[in-house]
Design a protein around this ligand. Structure first.
Ligand code: NAD
Length: 344
């Protein structure tokens, strides 16, 4: 087994996370040779970790020992960096969002095709345990057939960092967190999209969205509400899933939550009306005790090393990629549709 020699372009938050937290799990297959960052300060920090420091992109691209690059720079630089690397025969792992739009992505994919080099996007949240639970519920129909999916991430700290506030760098939460939640959604639901409505929020007064909400209707009838917020001092559950035989809640990344499912018992008592505020309701009363059961969420195993393990196999053995470029493209198409729907 010969490890793939990598240079990391962009040694910021995510570039260093790859090097220190993800790539070491795969050190038989992935070997980090060095880093290139335009910031002298980041170069200095990288050199403290004994990485080779590249002082220009050209130095990376002309280093024949480098087989692949990881692009972990602000979003607007992904396209040009990817194209230049592919053209000199390097394989590319690119951070999300792959590019600023579909047109840019198509340019990259054209070069990847022409050069025959591997181009793979790090859609890592396909291996998030909360998503794996949702996928398990969907596939095994543990709450019946899913017909409504609500997927949310909500924080109280506004848009982080610097470039994420700027349109020219591809800032904003739809491109930042939206791309993860939409990738999960399209990876989950195997159906074409019929209708999209959306609204972006600008509560913080930035030129880019600090959050959004979109309502998506699939041809197979599934409805999805996807929401990202950065001005939420308290939050709604990470996942709220409605099925024909139950409802599941996954509260957070700590995987707390439960499923309330139809008990299947016959001849149960009708729910009793309850006092609700100053009125009475049977419609909004909880189901009678025998009608439902509370069940623990399924256990899942998250294999965090899947991405680079697969990347190695794609490069060395022409295996099928776990993140396919056509899937990534579909997500970018949807993001463009959400921007348009919000404008409408
Ligand atoms: P960051 O600002 O922390 O780091 C970016 C680094 O790139 C900085 O050190 C900067 O100096 C450097 N840089 C900028 N332009 C460069 C260029 N042309 N060449 C070389 N270096 C350059 O940003 P970040 O949070 O690390 O985000 C980087 C990328 O990673 C973004 O595309 C972001 O969306 C993605 N990201 C992905 C995840 C994930 O979970 N997959 C999480 C965070 C960030």
């Amino acid at each position: 087994m010969t490890a793939i020699n990598f240079a990391v372009i962009g040694y910021g938050g995510m570039g260093s996370y790859h090097i220190h937290n993800i790539m070491p799990n795969e050190n038989e297959r992935i070997h980090v040779v060095g880093t290139y960052d335009i910031s002298g300060e980041r170069q200095k920090i990288s050199s403290q970790h004994k990485h080779k420091i590249y002082h220009s992109l050209e130095e990376v691209l002309t280093d024949e020992t480098i087989e692949a690059v990881l692009i972990a720079t602000p979003n607007d630089s992904h396209k040009d960096l990817a194209i230049q690397a592919l053209k000199v025969g390097k394989h590319v792992v690119c951070e999300k969002p792959v590019t600023m739009n579909v047109e840019e992505l198509d340019e990259v994919l054209k070069v990847a095709k022409e050069t025959g080099q591997t181009f793979m996007v790090h859609q890592n949240r396909r291996w998030d345990p909360d998503f794996l639970i949702t996928r398990e519920l969907y596939k095994k129909q543990q709450i019946g057939e899913l017909f409504q999916i609500e997927s949310r991430v909500q924080g109280a700290n506004g848009i982080p960092g610097d470039w994420r506030h700027e349109l020219k760098h591809g800032g904003g939460m739809l491109l930042d967190w939206g791309v993860h939640l939409l990738d999960q959604l399209l990876f989950l639901v195997d159906s074409r999209i019929e209708k999209v409505s959306a609204d972006l929020s600008y509560i913080l007064g930035d030129e880019v969205d600090d959050g959004f909400i979109t309502y998506i209707i699939f041809e197979n009838g599934i409805r999805a509400i996807i929401e990202v917020g950065t001005t939420n001092y308290t939050k709604l559950p990470r996942w709220y899933l409605k099925g024909t035989q139950g409802t599941a809640v996954i509260q957070d990344w700590d995987l707390s939550g439960e499923m309330i499912v139809d008990s299947g018992k016959k001849n149960i008592q009708a729910p009793k009306p309850i006092q609700a505020g100053v009125g009475l309701t049977k419609t909004m009363a909880p189901p009678s005790e025998e009608a439902t059961e509370t069940v623990a969420l399924p256990k899942v195993t998250a294999e965090y090393d899947t991405f680079y393990k697969n990347f190695y196999k794609v490069v060395r053995e022409q295996a099928e990629p776990v993140v396919k470029n056509e899937e990534v493209r579909q997500v970018m198409v949807l993001i463009e549709e959400i921007f348009k729907a919000a404008k409408r």
